[in-house]
Design a protein around this ligand. Sequence first.
Ligand SMILES: *Cc1c(COP(=O)(O)O)cnc(C)c1O
Length: 484
Amino acid sequence: MRNPASAPYTRLDLDSFTRRRLWEHVVTALEQHVTDVRTLPVAPRCEPCDVRSVLAGLSPDEPLAPEHGLQLVVDCMRTQQLHAAHPGYFGLFVPAPSAIAVIAEALAAGFNPQLASWSHAPFGVEAERWVVREVSRRVGLPRGGEGTITTGGSEANLTALLVALYRRYPRASIEGVHCLAYRPVFYVSAEGHHSWRKAARVVGLGSESLRVVSCDRSFRMEADALGGMLAEDRAHGLNPFMVVATVGTTACGAIDPLAELREITAAEGVWLHADGAWGGAAALSDAHRQCVAGLEHADSITLDAHKWMSVPLGAGLYLSRHAGALRAVFATNPHYLPAADADEAAAEPYQESILWSRRFNGLKVLMLLITAGWEGIAEAIDSTFRVGDALRRALVRHGWTPVNTTPLPVVCFRDPGAQAPDHHSAIVASVNHVGRSWISTTALGGTGDAIRACVSNHRTTVDDVDTLLEDLSQARARVRSRTP
Ligand SMILES: *Cc1c(COP(=O)(O)O)cnc(C)c1O
């Protein structure tokens, strides 16, 4: 049914009756997704033509009735995307979003506060500062630091790179990095995240400014190798300004040796950033904080809420022990804005981050914190640790060989009977085809393909591990008996 366009905005705002019906439809669809996602295939089979043919049938020249548009999108979301919220998803770090955080998303969209400036959103701005303070305290940073809510880990890492660079070379923030007599360089392990390479390009340093440090057999940065590179690079006229410790690598959850890196960076006068986009959240659990001990001694930290804290994409955190560093990078004074009073000015988010227009991404973190509490968040994290340990034991029991040694719940493993180079990818394809679980392969530091299974979903249980092991065994038998 179409709305008669009695006013130009009716098409946008709808009427009260239609709005309520649509809301109920949304609530029903979301509630159904929470309760029955485990009955769907984790990765529904869909070809590019399936997706494109749906879109080819749509046109802004012939709008749909709102309920039809809504149903079409719900159907596509159920059948044409991978369901990371499925407890059988042992994939990348995409969480099952907690209910309260989804509700927060609706509120953020509906009230749509503009968090660029205190004057527009006093509650939102102060709420995000509260989130930054609470999380900083929980991970063990000293009081009096600073931070900002980001869209995710990539923005937090870019922020860290800018802060470390311009803190070292304040002149470069005005004259540009080409004014420097010595080339600035920074250090990331060979298992570090690819966002660092992008950040180096974005900043104009170029990807060669990223110095790749070798890893030991546990895929952790080799502190000795770092020490050697720093000395050699200085001797060649390069200027080291930052070392990135990866706290939970993407491929296998390796944690770089934080204490040793702190010692080296302190002696060298170099910024230490801890990229704990996923693994940093272990610090939120009393039971598992020890795994990432030393995180709190970093100069700055990346921690994604949209990974292990079970909130929807996107929300990350940049946290630092040094107050005022963000402002030194991002402060500007646009002539078209009214001057803020002193209190407001001290809290202007646009003066402390890359963004101007700012969505209230911190709200979902705040609502999770005030309703689940640290206890609820830690329980969810602890549960993934337990299931991860069960997974590791079950794999050994079933004749698989784990090849990583992290305490975090991500296991990389191989079939000792592997023959062909595509042996592991064939097993993964076979498991994913069944649709009860989803796993992936990863290339581990030049040692070849391994299968990777990460417990990234707080709803995953040991029963889901049993299902995965069942499908893995069958897939292995099938692939082993392939005729070459
Ligand atoms: C996921 C991840 C990132 C990037 O974070 P996004 O939120 O995906 O932008 C950076 N570093 C590490 C170690 C990560 O796991």
